[in-house]
Design a binder for this molecule. Structure first.
Ligand code: ADP
Length: 253
């Protein structure tokens, strides 16, 4: 019996090694495919504002007697496209941030939410969307301030963009013995069942043309997920119906 075991041992080890090697190869292949998709999607996104810039410049070059106001229109259209390019590039850079915790501090959440609201206020005013903050307003979490500000800007921006005109966002802060929980509820259009699992994917939009028209790049939630993961924190969609959606941000204490 002992001899048989001895003979089997090297074979088993070899099989196991081959299996681990195959699993490793599959993982590398899948990571490579993901990377390829990301580059293809990124190139596609960058092409739209670039095409706008090229068309605008060609039109003005071809027109013999362009007026000052036509030049101004061209400039502002080119400026908008450049702004979009800058935003896309900075979003992509965030997503390439390494998966390790950047400098973290104990931060009060309320002032960060207020600062994020200031950033998106103009959008909120045009859509007449209001924000209600409730719960434990003294809550603190250990994060990097820039990252957490970005998280709230993206979450509030979505809460406004996909809300109905005159709608509301309610942000509730809860602390228990293990976690800090931020519940963000909006009275928006909601997300259909078949799209729920994809909304955190890079460049995914439920309705590409509508979302792009609203200023979305499809990177907002994937950035939130990426930044939260740097702190061992999580984001998920708790529930969604045609009357609104509730997202949860969960930070370990
Ligand atoms: P985008 O920049 O297009 O908003 P996100 O990654 O932030 O990209 O979101 C992905 C998609 O999920 C959006 O295009 C939108 O269709 C949907 N979505 C995100 N947040 C909400 C929300 N609060 N209500 C309804 N739909 C949402």
């Amino acid at each position: 019996l002992d001899t048989r075991l001895d003979l089997n041992q090297p074979y088993d080890e070899l099989t196991q090694l081959a299996r681990s090697f195959n699993t490793m190869l599959e993982r590398i292949e899948s990571a490579f495919l993901q990377q390829n998709h990301f580059v293809a999607d990124a190139a596609h996104e960058l092409r739209t504002p670039l095409a706008t810039i090229r068309t605008q410049i060609e039109v003005i070059q071809l027109s013999q007697e362009a007026t000052v106001s036509q030049y101004q229109e061209t400039f502002s259209s080119v400026e908008r496209a450049l702004h979009r390019l800058e935003q896309l590039v900075s979003d992509m850079l965030i997503l390439t941030m390494e998966k390790k915790q950047p400098l973290a501090d104990r931060i009060s959440i309320l002032p960060v939410v207020e600062e994020a609201w200031e950033v998106v206020k103009h959008l909120a005013e045009t859509r007449q969307v209001s924000l209600l903050i409730k719960g434990d307003l003294d809550i603190q979490v250990v994060v990097d301030e820039g990252s957490i500000l970005r998280v709230f800007i993206n979450m509030l921006e979505n809460g406004i963009r996909y809300n109905r005109a005159g709608g509301e966002i309610t942000l509730e802060m809860i602390k228990n013995s293990k976690q800090v929980i931020i519940r963000i509820h909006d009275t928006g259009i909601g997300i259909q069942e078949q799209d729920k699992w994809r909304i955190f994917d890079r460049f995914f939009r439920v309705d590409a043309s509508r979302s792009r028209h609203k200023g979305g790049s499809g990177l907002g939630l994937s950035i939130v997920k990426h930044l939260m993961a740097l702190y061992g924190a999580e984001v998920y969609l708790l529930e969604s119906s045609p009357d609104g959606s509730t997202f949860i941000l969960e930070f370990p204490l």
